[in-house]
Design a protein around this ligand. Structure first.
Ligand SMILES: [Zn+2]
Ligand SMILES: [Zn+2]
Length: 212
């Protein structure tokens, strides 16, 4: 079964999650945006073995420490979708704009596509491509654990911003209603910022995508 621990990092309080297979203790870090020492302390405390880096999208608060972590630990970078290539190439400018430490460049080991699967120990996670916030945004879904790591696609009571380059409001709404809702009302999601919620709860009450 897939388990996880969420550690908010960076001044943006981005929900970085450490996920692991509890049979093998193989682990991945989802969206290491910064504060690597804190994240690695937590990995050690949990007693898991870090094997992969997963990236939902390449905004600096989600991907700022991916390059350094991949280099230092020799880890494969899985995701995002290739639509975010320009955001990855723009990480230095993003860092300067938001006052982040300089981000090391990286090239994903594996670009992801809608319908892909990722194996972590004995766990299998499904990939959904959910553009709108960024063109290459992906979501990681564990049907077994009924959990989804959705980055900045959907929040409790809100949805991702669409005013950045490559963002599009209707595309984002379509991603949520056509690619997330079918995963099931009982799926609990871990958003990129703020508290967890479930797809069912948002389907009922979210002011942007409720009633859809
Ligand atoms: Zn973002
Ligand atoms: Zn974010």
């Amino acid at each position: 079964m897939l388990r996880y621990r969420t550690v908010p990092v960076t001044p943006f309080q981005q929900n970085c999650s450490i996920v692991w297979c509890d049979e093998t203790m193989c682990a991945a870090i989802v969206d290491p945006g910064g504060e690597l020492p804190r994240l690695l302390d937590e990995v050690q405390r949990l007693g898991v073995r870090l094997e992969q880096i997963w990236v939902t999208h390449a905004h600096i608060d989600h991907a700022g420490a991916v390059g350094q972590l991949a280099r230092e630990r020799q880890l494969p970078v899985i995701g995002p979708h290739e639509g975010d290539r320009f955001w990855i190439e723009g990480l230095p400018q993003q860092g300067a704009m938001f006052g982040f430490p300089p981000a090391e460049p990286f090239t994903p080991t594996r670009w992801l596509h809608d319908g892909d699967t990722i194996t972590l120990g004995h766990c299998t996670v499904q990939v959904r491509h959910c553009p709108g916030h960024t063109p290459g945004h992906v979501v990681f879904h564990s049907p077994e654990a009924k959990r989804a790591f959705v980055g900045d696609v959907l929040f409790a009571g809100s949805i991702g911003r669409t005013d950045f380059p490559g963002g599009d409001y209707q595309t984002l709404v379509d991603s949520i209603t056509q690619r997330l809702w079918p995963l099931g009302d009982d799926v609990v999601f871990i958003p990129g910022h703020g508290p967890e919620s479930s797809f069912g709860q948002e389907r009922r009450s979210n002011p942007f995508v409720g009633g859809t």
